[in-house]
Design a protein around this ligand. Sequence first.
Ligand SMILES: [Zn+2]
Length: 134
Amino acid sequence: MIAPEVPPPDEITLPWWEATRDRRLLVQTCAGCAGRQHPPRALCVHCGSDRLDWGTSAGTGVVDSFTVVHRAPRPELDVPYVIARVRLAEGVILLTRLEGRPEEEWRIDDPVRLTWVGLGDGRALPVFVPADVS
Ligand SMILES: [Zn+2]
């Protein structure tokens, strides 16, 4: 798989990206209300606090929704591939890709687990595979 284009990190998302070097998926956690959120933001979406911390996701979740991309936005991308919203066990939604299963076999609520696609610069992108694949 060719590494997808990703946005450059900013001061808010930099810790999240740096953790991907260790293949750790961070979830922003609020010290004020214990709410969790993704993607990282400057303020808590639940209570407005700026006392935000990081927790490490267990890397498990379920498919919340998905779509199969048949027409590549860039010619070097292999199609089809599956873009999905995955609801992590921590409760937040991650926009990601599904791998490891024919695209027509994916279903809503399928259990998934985290794996990583290297970006070539040491960072990595979290993608998800069926939970029962070792
Ligand atoms: Zn909060």
